[in-house]
Design a protein around this ligand. Structure first.
Ligand code: PA5
Length: 445
């Protein structure tokens, strides 16, 4: 059994007729996707990736991960957006948000090149000082400023520490198969390279080497991850909403959006899911948010955020709905012992597993929020392991593509991301941006 949509908490928010009314639209979106006739149809490589992936490269990924595990105390993963979020999300989901702090036989993994903060950069530099480390630089274009800048710093550090030859054997580049500065540099220096397929966009690339190499280095089972994704690829094929939970989810969120809900809050009751929330936000935000349309993706971790955002969700502006990822089983449990003195008055919680308490928090919250006027879609996931995560990743990717087509946008481009880059390059004096520089400086003065 894998991910299922539970629509029990949508009563009073979405009627059966409304879902039926979506059927022709969902079928049309399905046809657009499967016939590869829609906007962005040259970026559909992710659809068959769980079966079509390059098996030789997969074996090389595993071999590289084994080498890194043996010769490195730290792995630096350099990348931004789709070239970083999926790997970090999967590692934290499976190994926990305290992965770097717990005792383990795999390297610490730090993500860098996802901001331009000199403070963060300095901290990572000091973290690798005196340690054996390797670098996985990930950039499809091979030209993105943030990772390129960080790579320059850590490439220098590696060359200084191990010499050019030694550094070469500790640098792994994941990039385009033929184009870009990173590909050219890798060929010139002789780094081992992994490919981001042309037809897989950044935010859909976690099941390529982009995600798989760092995920394997953390000791996660990437075969199980791909098997879960394959199960989703095989199962989520019917154009009928009532036979395809992925399409049901896409239809429900579209209905709620049309009824005035402008934000979707992804919620889980596990702190280890926080980076999956970030991955989801990029996937849906970059795919749907264009042409003045799209649900604003936001997220929360409960019960943590019930003590901060809970007030707004319960009583504030009725602008959002929640999509709750509910796990049937905790990864690890903790038995709460009875205290004969009951000095803290907590014996009503004792003699049971802590997961039961967490689940009562979920049950109480879903009822409170729906009674407070906030629709809740619940995604029932048996447990948080590699297989279920692979399934969930594919589920969200496909739901996102169908959602984009339901909205009438191109789910696979991101033209809006370029605006800040142009201004930043102009202000920094990058050759070719001279005219824009003067105009921007006038605006800033
Ligand atoms: O989803 C996307 O396409 C983006 O988030 C990119 O992945 C991100 O901008 C990084 O680009 P690149 O991999 O070319 O460095």
């Amino acid at each position: 059994m894998a991910l299922k949509v539970n629509d029990k908490y949508l009563k009073g928010f979405v009627g059966a007729d409304e879902l039926k009314g979506m059927e022709p639209l969902v079928k049309a979106a399905h046809e657009t996707l499967t016939s590869k006739s829609g906007l962005g149809n040259d970026f559909l490589g992710w659809v068959t990736l769980p079966t079509d992936y390059d098996k030789d490269e997969f074996a090389r990924i595993k071999a590289a991960a084994e080498k890194i595990k043996k010769d490195s105390e730290v792995l630096l993963v350099i990348g931004i957006g789709g070239s970083y979020l999926g790997a970090r999300a999967a590692i934290e989901a499976i190994k926990g948000s305290l992965y770097n702090n717990v005792k383990k036989d795999t390297p610490d993994i730090y993500f860098i090149g996802n901001s331009i903060s000199p403070t963060y950069l300095n901290q990572v530099v000091s973290l690798v000082e005196g340690k054996d480390f390797s670098v996985n630089i990930i950039s499809k274009s091979g030209t993105t400023t943030e990772p390129a800048l960080a790579f320059r710093v850590f490439r220098d550090m590696l060359e200084e520490k191990y010499g050019a030859e030694g550094a070469k054997s500790r640098i792994y580049a994941t990039t385009d198969k033929a184009r870009g500065t990173l590909k050219e540099l890798s060929d010139e220096k002789g780094y081992e390279t992994f490919v981001i397929p042309d037809d897989v966009g950044g935010r859909f690339s976690v099941l390529t080497a982009v995600g798989l190499l760092p995920i394997a280095c953390a000791g996660c089972d990437i075969d199980a991850l791909m098997n879960g994704a394959k199960a989703a690829q095989d199962e989520l094929v019917s154009p009928e909403i009532d036979k395809n939970d992925c399409y049901k989810y896409a239809a429900l969120r579209n209905i709620l959006n049309r009824k005035g809900r402008s934000a979707e809050m992804l919620v889980a009751y596990e702190p280890s899911f926080a980076m999956m929330n970030e991955w989801f936000k990029q996937l849906f935000g970059e795919s749907e948010g264009k042409d003045g349309k799209g649900l604003y993706p936001t997220s929360a971790v409960f019960s943590t955020d019930l003590h901060s955002l809970g007030q707004f969700i319960q009583d504030g502006t009725k602008m959002l709905f929640e999509t709750v990822v509910h796990f049937g089983k905790a990864q690890q449990d903790f038995f709460l012992k009875d205290d004969p003195t009951n000095g803290d008055g907590l014996n009503f919680l004792s003699n049971q597993n802590m997961s039961v308490v967490n689940d009562k928090a979920y049950q109480g919250t879903v009822i409170a929020h729906t009674e407070g006027g906030v629709p809740n879609i619940v995604l029932e996931v048996p447990e948080l392991n590699e297989y279920e995560l692979g399934y969930m990743i594919y589920f969200f990717e496909k739901a996102c593509a169908i959602s984009g087509y339901l909205l009438g946008v191109n789910p696979f481009n991101q033209p809006g991301v370029e605006s800040y880059k142009k201004n930043m390059f102009a202000l920094l004096g990058k050759p070719g941006y001279e005219d824009a520089k003067a105009a921007l400086e006038a605006k800033l003065s």
